[in-house]
Design a protein around this ligand. Structure first.
Ligand SMILES: Cc1ncc(COP(=O)(O)O)c(C=O)c1O
Length: 405
């Protein structure tokens, strides 16, 4: 876990002086470093990086990352059709909605945004997805690009164990390519590509201090699955070529698998988002050298005991399997700890203060969320901080009044 720089507390406190709390700040110097760290292996491998918007959720920051990433960061992976439509309105292009939807309102919107030209693809994994998408496209006289999703989980013991995410039912290369082949039968669909997300590699930190006994198993699962995932993708690419099916995009990976995914020849692009802001769950990936870039600041409002301060707010718990690693991490000043029986509360968060640290009422405490994108659901704006100044104020999706999911 990175040790917070002692000067950072002073720098951030100076930057936000006079602002109302709670607030969320983005350290743009840290974002710049993370962009370099994430882009370098992708550029070296001759691939591109598709930005996972769920892990940013702030249009100005998405724009900043795309601009700074140059030719290497291309395209956005959205998490909902309404979000993709909003991002198109904001001037973004090349959207891939990576989570299927079946409701009519989404289908109509997807068909409408693609009417002029293909600009927003959607992931599919079954014939019903193809039928519903095609029927909406036909009604709107448009063509919807689709991306077939492969299941890349690791399933040892003849499939009795499922290690990975539960997304696509297409488990074999033959099933994936069979689905890709079927797209041709739908006149208002076009096949854009194939996607596979290896969640058991990308989404699992193998140095998790909250459940250390599981770390050896996590490392083993990753070691065993990396070559299997590569083999599956190579077989999919081989079968597609054998059957003369051409694709534009073969998408894979996430921040946590960046280094292994970029080495695979068939992969044309990797998706990543979390690494730019580096929620604290990404401290648990030893190969990733990321800098914390997103913080929220709470005011200290009480001192119930000489060694405890209580902050106003703070209960921004991350999604996923519930546990201590999903709670916010008090980051600055260093050494503050959540209390075991209260955690991060709905309206108050008490913290144990380390010896030698004195904090008065009204002083800020800076926390990190476990995830990169979810804080945007709690704050209307992000303050972009450079040095000890606020460089820009940027609306989050919430600030725009958007709540796609
Ligand atoms: C399809 C897909 N690709 C990639 C990612 C990785 O995103 P990130 O780098 O933001 O963790 C995810 C995250 O859940 C995902 O669902």
């Amino acid at each position: 876990m990175p040790t917070p720089d002692a000067g950072l507390y002073q720098r951030y406190t100076q930057a936000i002086h006079g602002e109302r709390l709670p607030l969320a700040l983005v350290d743009m110097d840290a974002v710049d470093r993370n962009i370099e760290t994430m882009v370098a292996p992708v550029r070296m491998a001759g691939k591109t990086l598709r930005l996972a918007t769920k892990s940013v959720r702030c249009p100005a920051l998405i724009r900043y990352i795309l601009d700074r990433g140059g030719d290497t960061i291309r395209g956005l992976m959205a998490y909902a059709v309404e979000e993709a439509a909003f991002l198109l309105e904001q001037g973004f292009d090349d959207l891939l909605v990576a989570y299927p939807t079946v409701q009519d309102s989404d289908m109509r919107l997807l068909a409408a945004v693609n009417r002029e030209r293909p600009c927003a693809a959607v992931v599919v994994d079954c014939v019903e997805h193809l039928e519903r998408t095609d029927s909406a496209a036909r009604e709107a006289r448009s063509i919807i690009p689709v991306v077939v999703e492969a299941d890349l989980s690791y399933r040892p013991l003849g499939g009795m164990l499922h290690l990975g995410v539960r997304r696509s039912p297409l488990r074999t290369p033959e099933a994936v390519v069979g689905m890709a082949e079927r797209v041709a039968a739908f006149p208002n669909l076009s096949l854009k590509g194939v996607m596979g997300y290896e969640g058991q590699i990308a989404g699992v930190g193998e140095a998790n201090p909250h459940s250390p006994l599981l770390n050896p198993a996590r490392r083993l699962i990753k070691r065993l699955s990396v070559p299997r995932v590569a083999e599956a993708r190579a077989r999919i690419a081989g079968l597609l070529a054998d059957r003369g099916i051409r694709i534009e995009v073969f998408n894979g990976g996430g921040t946590g698998s960046l280094f292994s995914t970029v080495t695979e020849a068939p992969v044309t692009e990797v998706t990543a988002g979390s690494g730019f802001l580096a929620g604290h769950l990404f401290d648990y990936y030893p190969r990733l050298d990321l800098v914390p870039a997103l913080f929220f600041a709470l005011q200290i409002v009480r001192r119930p005991d000489p060694r405890i301060v209580t902050c106003h707010g703070g209960g921004y718990i991350a999604s996923g399997e519930a546990g201590w690693d999903r709670l916010p991490l008090p980051a600055l000043p260093a050494g503050m700890k959540l209390l075991p029986f209260e955690g991060a509360g709905e309206v108050q968060t008490p913290l144990r203060v380390p010896p030698g640290v004195t904090l008065g009422l009204g002083a800020p405490v800076f926390f990190r969320h476990a995830k990169a994108g979810e804080p945007a659901e709690h704050f209307n704006e992000y303050l972009f901080v450079r040095g000890d100044c606020i460089e820009q104020r940027a609306l989050t999706y919430r600030g725009y009044g958007r709540c796609p999911l």
